[in-house]
Design a protein around this ligand. Structure first.
Ligand code: PGA
Length: 254
């Protein structure tokens, strides 16, 4: 059983100034409490200043994207070498990148392998469409995405998996906790068949319209170890309420 993990994905929101202010507000509340692991993923331009603002805290920093190549003619892209020392996590295969930027399973796998090589923990995102959900094939779809994303990974490494049904992301229509649990069970089994038994150290996060009102119901499920939070991570107060329910804030009674 891993300690709960809450990851904030700020997407294409915040300026450098508001990102630093948000990070500082979260740091102030979270302190160095080790009850939950907390990570924030600001936009590229804010990664270094946010990482600096979070120095001295346990809050991790993650990139939302990167190019798998070491360097070269890739206009507009950012390599893992550039991120080294600034972040220790990176999102891979987020549905917005798969749909908006046509990231294929093969590219997602190449990015994941590159992140592992660079010593950055990939947060591999998988999730089914509304139609796939409706036809009852979510479990198959996400297990397949998991297998392709992790192809070639030889042993149970430092990875995080986030299950985010596409229809629940940014829609306010969160998935039913018991349905998420059923999918997580499949993911856990798929991980076990790939890596053997020692897969309980891989955190399984749920993402898709998580907020301070519904987080408790997800965390109560056996195979949900935390959450990947978009919209609600942009408000320090709401985000900290989520962290608090995951056990990550010092108790007011000391
Ligand atoms: P949401 O986004 O919480 O706004 O639905 C989640 C995500 O995309 O990671």
């Amino acid at each position: 059983m891993v300690s709960p993990m809450i990851v904030g994905n700020w997407k294409m929101n915040t300026t450098v100034a508001t990102a630093v202010a948000l990070a500082q507000a979260v740091k102030k509340r979270v302190g160095d409490s080790a009850g939950a692991r907390v990570v924030v993923c600001p936009p590229f331009v804010s990664l270094a200043p946010v990482s600096e603002a979070l120095e001295g805290s346990e809050i991790g920093v993650g990139a939302q994207n990167f190019h798998p190549a070491a360097g070269g003619p890739h206009t507009g892209e950012v390599s893992l070498e550039m991120l080294a020392g600034i972040c220790s996590f990176a999102l891979v295969g987020h549905s917005e990148r798969r749909t908006e930027f046509y990231e294929s399973d093969a590219l997602v796998n190449a990015k994941l392998m590159a992140a592992l090589d660079a010593g950055i923990t990939p947060i591999l995102c998988v999730g089914e469409s509304f139609q796939e959900h409706e036809t009852g094939i979510a479990g198959e779809v996400v297990s397949q995405q998991l297998r392709s994303g992790l192809m070639g990974v030889g042993r149970c490494s430092d990875i995080v998996v986030a299950y985010e049904p596409i229809w629940a992301v940014g829609t306010g229509q969160s998935a039913r906790p018991e349905d998420v649990q059923a999918v997580m069970r499949r993911l856990r089994c798929a991980l076990s068949s790939m890596f053997g038994d020692r897969t309980e150290d891989i955190p399984l996060l749920y993402g898709g319209s998580v907020d301070h009102l519904n987080i408790g119901a997800y965390l109560a499920q056996h195979d949900i170890d935390g959450a990947l939070v978009g919209g609600a991570s942009l408000d320090a107060n709401r985000f900290c309420q989520i962290i608090s329910q995951a056990g990550g804030l010092p108790s007011p009674h000391g």
